[in-house]
Write a protein that binds this ligand. Structure first.
Ligand code: ADP
Ligand code: MG
Length: 679
């Protein structure tokens, strides 16, 4: 019979139905599955001499058994196996608890190797397992197991599979790629993942596995994206470039190079038939609104309507104001629709919308209600897209005939995540701030220095500037949130006396009240605004130059950055003061990082590194792909390398033509037909 690594595991002796089922629960059905069932870590099995060992250290001792094992039982289920070994002329007592079956492996006069925990005072070893004495390996692979199957069984089966099948392990990766990226062959990689003897072998094998994982994933993503672009019957928005130029000329500033680049990327998407799915990432204040505006105008010039959706009423209202201002000299009809739009006005808007008299509708969730019908929706823009559920995005998208979709976010998602999570989208990054923007000076103080800070506060107010105060975020209870904010509000009123007006803003207020407060702040009728994080996104009051954040350690780094982006919107020097008493080194380090780093992308990358990808949103929800061995944060270097390699491969087309790539091509389902179709 011809052997193949795609044979079922039952082809190994000792694997019956029961064991096959246990294996299958671990995802192992074939020999290939078994051989690529990699350990998640290695135990260091270097043999040590007794003098070198510390108390409680896990070690491997090697010696000659000088007695047979004796098992003594105590109680119904508990037992102890004891024997002694001669370890370089030191007699060491060894005990194993509740593993009486090990007795048969102990033979007086024979060499034995034991992994266990050293008790330095009694000079004895509490055994964990017996290692085969002829194994030369100094590293032991540790596998994920289940109740139904033991660690050692898995290892034995892998060994058996290796012995029987190693000669028929095919190569899975083109030679040229392996050489270029210094990857082990599939066969070597399997061998060294399970049976390494040196750290360097483990490292090299892991790198080879991770590279392959990431590479295949990236290749699939790029491939899918390409297919999506070609397949979709999107809209071709044939905009009038003259109108765009006139618009840019009318602005009081010149676009930054980054803004220009992103506008070009968006325009290019609009003009093609495929459906646009583009995410614009840009730090707070980088000027995303004007980019959105140019897309809206482009759509209008091609007689298409657009929708701009924001997560809060305050933000939607601000967008309306900004666009009205920007489009001052442009003929374009913009309307605002939110939950608080009056019935009569709403009906009017809906009617105009369905007749195509409104060019752009701005709003909140209210935009995705069923009775909101467009005449010809060509473009959908969602601001702060992470706040909308996937479903809401989908509903909005379906309101038009495959409209182009633009997402905007100021939450700088580290590149690591954006290229993986947002695999479906193209990503544009505005990585440049408008000229003359001053970085916000951020200081971290302990609460005990609050009094000194009030001097600083008074100074800013004396200059006629305004101040935000952010109350701590209390996730457990919205009620406590409000109580806290209210308490701070009273505190600041007391500190500042009658001369200044302090305002309060929190999530439990009715929308109209919130708006009234915001307006007062905007008109400088309120000098100090105490608020919960409802102001997190979008508000634009350029006279506000100071932000004080209480209990800053309760926020994520990216969120702190987002918050402080509310100041520094004008010409004046702006400040952010973090008040926090973090426990432990990590908390202090976090405060330090925010104080020192002004670049949102760098910050969120650091945040991610500190918390790990597992923590960042909870892996399941985040939609991050899971890899068997690789970790997108820890193995970021490899991820980048693999991504570039995949891109290059698609570009050079070697992939489509070279026979060496058959396996990869099969994996992606590339046939002659769809290759032609794609080119
Ligand atoms: P965000 O990316 O946070 O949404 P905005 O679009 O609100 O940023 O822009 C922030 C401020 O910067 C606005 O007041 C806007 O008018 C201004 N701005 C945008 N682009 C430029 C530019 N190229 N030069 C100068 N100011 C700009
Ligand atoms: Mg914005």
């Amino acid at each position: 019979m011809i052997l193949s690594i795609d044979d079922m595991v039952t082809s190994l002796s000792g694997v019956g139905d029961k064991r096959a089922e246990a294996l299958s629960e671990l995802g192992i059905k074939t020999i290939r599955d078994l051989l690529t069932y990699y350990p998640f870590r290695f135990e260091d099995l270097t043999t040590k001499s007794i003098e070198q060992i510390e108390d409680n250290e896990k070690v491997v001792l090697e010696g000659i058994a000088i007695s047979e094992g004796t098992v003594s039982y105590f109680g119904r289920k508990r037992n102890r196996l004891s024997f002694r070994i001669n370890c370089d002329h030191v007699i060491v007592p060894v005990t194993f608890f509740n593993q009486p079956y090990l007795k048969k492996q102990i033979e007086a006069g024979k060499e034995i190797k034991i992994f266990g925990k050293w008790d330095a005072t009694r000079k004895q070893l509490s055994g964990i397992k017996i290692l085969s004495s002829h194994s030369t390996s100094s590293q032991e692979a540790i596998y994920h197991t289940s109740k139904k199957i033991r660690q050692s069984t898995i290892f034995q089966l892998i060994k058996k599979a290796w012995e029987k099948y190693s000669e028929v392990i095919p190569e899975d990766f083109p030679e040229t790629l392996r050489q270029k990226y210094h990857l082990m062959s599939f066969k070597d990689m399997i061998y060294f993942m399970h049976f390494p003897t040196k750290d360097r072998e483990i490292e090299q094998a892991r790198y080879s596995v991770i590279f392959r994982e990431f590479f295949s994933y990236q290749l699939k993503m790029i491939w899918l994206k390409k297919q999506m672009k070609m397949n979709r019957n999107g809209q071709k928005i044939d905009y009038d470039v003259k109108q765009l130029i006139t618009f840019f000329d009318s602005l009081p500033y010149e676009l930054t190079a980054a803004q220009k680049r992103v506008v070009n990327e968006v325009c290019k998407d609009l003009k093609t038939e495929g459906q646009m799915f583009r995410l614009i990432q840009g730090d707070v204040g980088s000027g995303k609104t004007v980019v959105a505006a140019s897309a809206i105008l482009a759509a209008k010039s091609a007689e298409k309507q657009s929708a701009l959706m924001a997560p809060t009423e305050i933000l939607a209202t601000q967008h309306k104001q900004s666009l009205d201002e920007m489009f001052d000299k442009t003929e374009i009809n913009i309307a605002l629709l939110t939950g608080s739009t009056k019935r009569k006005e709403r009906n009017e808007i809906l009617e105009q919308l369905s007749k195509g008299e409104i060019d752009c509708l701005i709003g909140t969730h209210a935009l995705i209600q069923e009775d909101v019908l467009f005449e010809s929706l060509g473009l959908v823009i969602t601001d702060e897209q992470h706040r909308f559920g996937v479903n809401q995005r989908k509903v909005l998208r379906e309101k038009g005939q495959n409209p182009d979709v633009l997402f905007m976010t100021a939450t700088p998602i580290p590149r690591t995540l954006s290229i993986t999570t947002y695999g479906e989208m193209d990503v544009s990054i505005i990585d440049e701030m408008p000229l003359g923007r001053k970085p916000i000076k951020t200081y971290w103080i302990r609460p005990k220095h609050f009094d000194r800070m009030t001097n600083f506060l008074n100074n800013e107010l004396a200059k006629g500037h305004q101040v935000y105060v952010i109350s701590p975020l209390i996730e457990e209870s919205e009620m406590m949130d409000v109580e806290n904010a209210t308490a701070l509000y009273h505190m600041y009123q007391e500190i500042l006396g009658k001369k200044r007006t302090v305002g309060l803003l929190h999530g439990k207020m009715p929308a109209a009240e919130k708006e009234a407060i915001m307006e007062k702040f905007q008109r400088n009728e309120i000098q100090v605004l105490v608020s919960t994080t409802v102001i997190e996104v979008g508000v634009n009051v350029s006279n506000a130059t100071l932000m004080i954040i209480h209990d800053a350690d309760r926020f994520g780094l990216a969120q702190l950055h987002q918050l402080r982006g509310r100041v520094g919107r004008g010409e004046q020097e702006s400040y952010c003061i973090l008040i926090a008493d973090p426990k432990g080194e990590k908390g202090a380090e976090r405060m330090q990082i925010v104080s020192e780093t002004t670049d949102g992308f760098v910050l969120s990358q650091r945040d991610l590194e500190m918390r790990g990808s597992g923590d960042i949103f909870g892996k399941k929800q985040s939609g991050l792909p899971e890899f068997k061995v690789g970790d997108i944060v820890e193995d970021f270097d490899i991820l980048e390398k693999a991504r570039k390699a995949a891109q290059q491969l698609i570009q050079t087309r070697a992939f489509y033509t070279d026979e060496a790539y058959t396996a990869l091509r099969d994996d992606l389902g590339i046939t002659e037909d769809n290759v032609m179709f794609l080119d």
